[in-house]
Write a protein that binds this ligand. Structure first.
Ligand code: F6R
Length: 617
């Protein structure tokens, strides 16, 4: 939610800010704005709609040269997406202070009442403007900007990253962070602030992740961090491990198309250094959890939201099978508020691409307070989730810009399986020979994913053909069930049509009533080689829905001779270990949803109402 960028240095500030906002636009795209300090003082431009509207506004009302500024791209919480509600917001009667905010100020009504009582005029319906006026008022009283800023952020409740510049102090950006992300980019004679490293990665790869309740005083040649209480804070620098080209379309029509194509690399990079040629898994990052801790685990609870939760649902099959530890998968927001049973022997596995999803952060904080260990599976270096966990397995999918998750999902499943194999080896719960066989099979996956990517014409054509569909149903069993739910989610978020994923076995318990003549149903067919003989059961399900008029599109393994007889279309994927098939079968579903949305003329990178990182509860 909302992207934030700040800059002090010799470059053209407007260019740095707009470049950063372009890379952060996935976080929110209903309005955008910048403020800079020029020779003649503070200047602001802001506009509702996509970033291009702001660019057009700046082109028609040029900004003078500047070397300090802040920029914001918004995902509306308080107040509709209008020019007035776009950030930055100005504070004080002389509007010399400019502020941007990501998050929600929960006590804003009470603070606004206080300001209204002394006659403050508001220009927007946002919670954020309250903070701008409070800081400006206090500054007008005693002239100490840092002190005013610190006093006010201490009064705010909720989640916020706030950046402020003031005309009287044209060399300094102040920033504060509580429950919302903030990263510093360190340059030579210039420094940056961003909601994530994408904001500044084209200028520097040296970064510092700002901690909870910390304030940053950013100047061109210095960065100081203090606590909300004024204490000195020491911080650790890290190096961003991807470059700017990874976050650009690179000739693809959309980020989503590029990210689908990136999937072989995402899986390969997530496996890299973690599986040797014999198939033995080692995860050096697990050092926060000792062998003793791992042996004591009596339950794993995976917490995640949306697509990441489906990755958890899939990982559960492998983790339980190999480690024999009971696994439950919970939506973070449901887990947090139902008084769950968590002990010091519970391992919480939190899966999050961004590492900033507030629901997942709240769930992990809650579980930690109850004594559980937390392991993160996360794609974003320096993210809050990684900082707050006992250990982190990074998925090396690279930056995911399209709002709908694709490559992060397959990388999360890969990491989940690595975790299962690793736990099983430490606990000696599955013969090592079998674990190594699995490890070697994981190493084959990048090539198999490439094969699937090379043959996406058919699902894309089907997507275009079905662009008038009012509803599409998805069926799957075992690991195919979460894949079905993920296929349905992709279609809902990209193409805005009704879609549901069901467990195929559940069909006759209700959902079969939805089947009528011509209803498209996509069925994820399990391997014919599966030990549990699920294949004939799913073929029976296909026959049941066909008999009632369904139009069946099957995703099946190469060599499945039976499925073609019962389906209008079959999309074949290469054979692999049945548990790993999810990584292959989901890809045609991604391509199908993307093609269908494109055929409807929709923006596949930035679907309506969504933001990439959901940093509010
Ligand atoms: C759907 C999608 C979302 C995210 C969910 C969790 O395509 O991307 O459902 O998976 O919002 O986000 P992270 O993984 O950042 O915690």
């Amino acid at each position: 939610m909302c992207g934030i960028v700040g800059y002090v240095g010799p470059k053209s500030t407007v260019d740095v800010l707009l470049g950063g906002l372009r890379r952060l636009e996935y976080r929110g795209y209903d309005s955008a704005g910048v403020s800079v300090i020029t020779e003649s003082g503070l200047e602001t431009r802001k506009k509702a709609g996509k970033l291009d509207n702001l660019v057009a506004e700046i082109d028609s009302h040029l900004l003078a040269e500047s070397h300090i500024g802040i920029g914001h791209t918004r995902w509306a919480t308080h107040g509709a997406p209008t020019d007035g509600n776009a950030h930055p917001h100005l504070g004080g009667s002389r509007s010399k202070l400019s502020l941007i905010h990501n998050g929600i100020i929960e006590n804003f009504s009470e603070l606004k009442a206080e300001l209204l009582a002394v006659g403050t005029q508001f220009a927007s319906d946002t919670d954020s403007e309250v903070a701008a006026h409070l800081i400006a008022r206090e500054y007008d009283e005693h002239g100490d900007l840092l002190k005013s800023f610190r006093n006010v952020v201490n009064r705010l409740h909720g989640a916020f990253t706030i950046l402020v510049i003031h005309e009287d102090q044209p060399d300094m950006v102040l920033a504060a962070r509580r429950n919302a992300p903030l990263v510093i980019g360190l340059g030579h004679g210039e420094n940056f602030l961003g909601s994530d490293v994408a904001a500044f990665v084209e200028h520097t790869k040296r970064a510092i992740s700002v901690g909870q309740d910390e304030i940053v005083i950013l100047r061109a040649d210095s960065v100081e961090i203090i606590g909300f209480d004024g204490s000195t804070v020491t911080s650790e620098e890290f190096t961003v491990d991807w470059d700017a080209t990874a976050a650009s379309k690179g000739g693809w029509p959309s980020f989503m198309a590029k990210e689908i194509a990136d999937q072989p690399q995402a899986v390969a990079d997530t496996l890299m250094g973690r599986v040797d040629s014999e198939g033995r898994v080692s995860i050096p990052e697990m050092h926060g959890l000792s062998a003793e801790d791992i042996k004591n685990i009596d339950r794993i609870i995976i917490v995640a939201c949306g697509t990441a939760s489906y990755a958890g649902d899939i990982a559960k099959y492998g983790i339980e099978k190999w480690s024999r530890i009971p696994v439950q998968v919970e939506l973070s927001h449901e887990f947090r508020y139902r008084n769950p049973i968590v002990t010091k022997n519970t391992l919480i596995v939190a899966i999050s691409q961004s590492g900033e999803t507030m629901d997942t952060l709240m769930a992990t904080r809650y579980a930690r307070d109850l004594g559980a260990k937390v392991l993160a599976i996360c794609n974003t270096q320096g993210a809050t989730l990684a900082r707050e966990s006992d250990a982190t397995i990074y998925t090396h999918a690279g930056p995911e810009v399209a709002v709908a998750s694709t490559k992060a999902f397959v990388a999360q499943i890969t990491a989940g399986y690595l975790l299962g194999l690793y736990l099983a080896e430490v606990r000696q719960s599955t013969p090592i020979g079998e674990l190594q066989r699995m490890g070697r099979e994981l190493l084959r996956l990048p090539a198999l994913v490439s094969d699937v990517i090379d043959s996406l014409i058919q699902p894309k054509e089907l997507g275009m053909e079905l662009s008038d569909a009012k509803s599409v149903l998805f069926l799957g069993r075992n690991v195919g069930f979460p894949v079905a739910m993920e296929g349905a989610l992709k279609l809902k978020e990209l193409a805005y049509i009704h879609a549901e994923g069901f467990a195929a076995g559940e069909l006759k318990h209700g959902p079969i009533a939805l089947i009528e003549e011509g209803q498209p149903v996509i069925v994820i067919v399990p391997s014919m080689r599966d030990d549990e003989s699920l294949h004939p059961k799913v073929i029976s399900n296909i026959q049941e829905i066909r008999a009632r008029g369904a139009k069946v599109i099957a995703i099946a393994e190469e060599g499945d001779t039976e499925v073609s007889q019962w389906s209008e279309h079959v999309i074949f994927v290469p054979q692999t270990e049945p548990l790993f098939a999810s990584i292959l079968t989901v890809i045609p579903l991604q391509a199908f949803a993307m093609a269908l949305a494109e055929a409807k003329g929709l923006d596949v990178d930035q679907p309506r109402n969504l933001a990439k990182s959901v940093t509010v509860e």
